[in-house]
Ligand binder design. Structure first.
Ligand SMILES: Cc1ncc(COP(=O)(O)O)c(C=O)c1O
Length: 395
């Protein structure tokens, strides 16, 4: 029987494929240090769980409004204003979604027509490109080389625009590189988007995880709101990856479309999850808990940089990430394919990593290592990587 041919264009999500492989090895008794997946090692703060439990007991177990319960949309409005000074109407410009990935899906579903071109930096999280293909769009990769701090030059953005371009997809802070640009850079990008009438979609699921100056939101400029779409999630900041909740902040015309797409795919997000998320977005105690998580990521980032200094002859290049919780390790000096590097480090050293090539051609020779793991695992895993890499070049 004939099936949907579009799926021949890509494979199973490499991130989940690697996670499955590591889980399999562990189930078979292998000791693996898991540094491959972007899932916080912290438990969801207890106060959030208590709100969800109470909501279940209070009967919030039926269909909810498909736009999201008012409490959750008001909490999202509050956070957008408080954290980024952005004004979004909770009745018409915010939609509660089933995590950031669903927000991204709805955003693209709402703006793309078949054949539209979408500009996406290389490297970038694989779903950014896969989703465009799923929706019959055309992906144009814009090089974001490590030599340019993992940002595309303005010139390469310009060269990639064609009459078919519909949107620019950004993800700052970035998975896998942690990079994010300056205000001036974003202003110039908006000028380009405005000249060619393009949407700018920014995946901001890591917006609260940064180690340098606070990232500027792509939506934070006068006159740009009409072409800006923001993807938000509670997964990473609140250690709530399994709860599946996020939201979309966008102009009304986009939310109107996204609402229809969401109603016809998921109906609504579970109301007890929304209650807990609304609480998380406003509660001062939760704020303290997430600030402790941030402190731990900062400490682990320093730990990695300190260990790297000890291995002064190592062929592994390390760029300190500005945000998110990954190191994109440069192993190009080894001249070994990144998939093979990951396979060998997994089997020979027992450390799970993500091949850089799964994020795009410019990720070849790199591997992604997460610091969303215990200090002990980060230290032991990173040392094992450096030892292995050193042995390949006789250092
Ligand atoms: C850049 C980026 N966007 C979105 C997501 C998905 O987030 P969520 O769990 O909210 O769907 C991830 C998860 O790894 C991610 O790295």
């Amino acid at each position: 029987m004939l099936t949907n041919q579009i799926f021949n264009q890509f494979q199973q999500s490499p991130t989940t494929a690697m996670a499955d492989r590591v889980a399999n090895l562990k189930a078979n008794g292998h000791q693996i240090i898991s540094l491959q997946i972007g899932d916080p090692d912290f438990a969801t703060p207890t106060a959030i769980m208590n709100v969800a439990t109470k909501a279940l007991q209070d009967g919030h177990t039926h269909y909810a409004p498909s736009r999201g319960i008012p409490e959750m949309r008001l909490a999202a409005e509050f956070r957008l204003k408080r954290d980024q000074d952005l004004v979004y109407n909770p009745d018409s410009e915010i939609l509660v979604t089933h995590g950031g990935i669903h927000a991204y899906y709805l955003a693209l579903q709402s703006i793309l027509n078949p054949g539209d071109e979408v500009l996406i930096p290389d490297p970038s999280w694989p779903t950014h490109t896969n989703m465009v293909k799923l929706l019959r769009g055309t992906v144009i990769r814009v090089p974001a080389p490590s030599e340019n701090k993992f940002l595309p030059t303005l010139d390469s953005w310009k060269k990639s625009v064609s009459p078919k371009t519909r949107a620019i997809v950004l993800n700052y802070p970035s998975n896998p590189t942690g990079a994010y640009p300056s205000r001036e850079y974003l202003e110039k990008l908006h000028t380009l988007a405005s000249k060619h009438d393009l949407w700018i979609v920014n995946d901001e699921v890591y917006d609260n995880l940064y180690y340098e100056d606070k990232p500027v939101s792509v939506g934070g400029f006068p006159g740009v709101k009409d072409r800006t779409i923001l993807i938000k999630s509670l997964s990473k900041t609140y250690a709530m990856t399994g709860w599946r909740i996020g939201y979309l902040a966008a102009p009304k015309q986009v939310i109107d479309n996204a609402l229809k797409a969401s109603q016809n795919s998921i109906t609504c997000v579970a109301p007890f999850v929304q209650k807990a998320a609304a609480f998380a977005l406003r509660d001062a105690g939760v704020e303290e808990a997430i600030s402790e998580m941030r402190t731990a990521y900062t400490r682990r980032r320093e730990l990695v940089l300190k260990i790297r200094q000890e291995y002064s002859q190592s062929p592994v290049g390390v760029t300190p990430p500005q945000g998110a919780f990954y190191f994109f390790l440069d192993m190009r000096a080894l001249k070994i394919d990144s998939l093979e590097i990951c396979e060998r480090i997994l089997t020979e050293q027992g450390v799970g990593l993500m091949p850089g090539s799964s994020f795009g051609d410019l990720g070849r020779g790199f591997v992604r290592m997460t610091i969303a793991a215990s200090d002990e695992d980060v230290e032991a895993g990173f040392r094992a990587i450096l030892d292995w890499a050193g042995a390949q070049v006789g250092r």
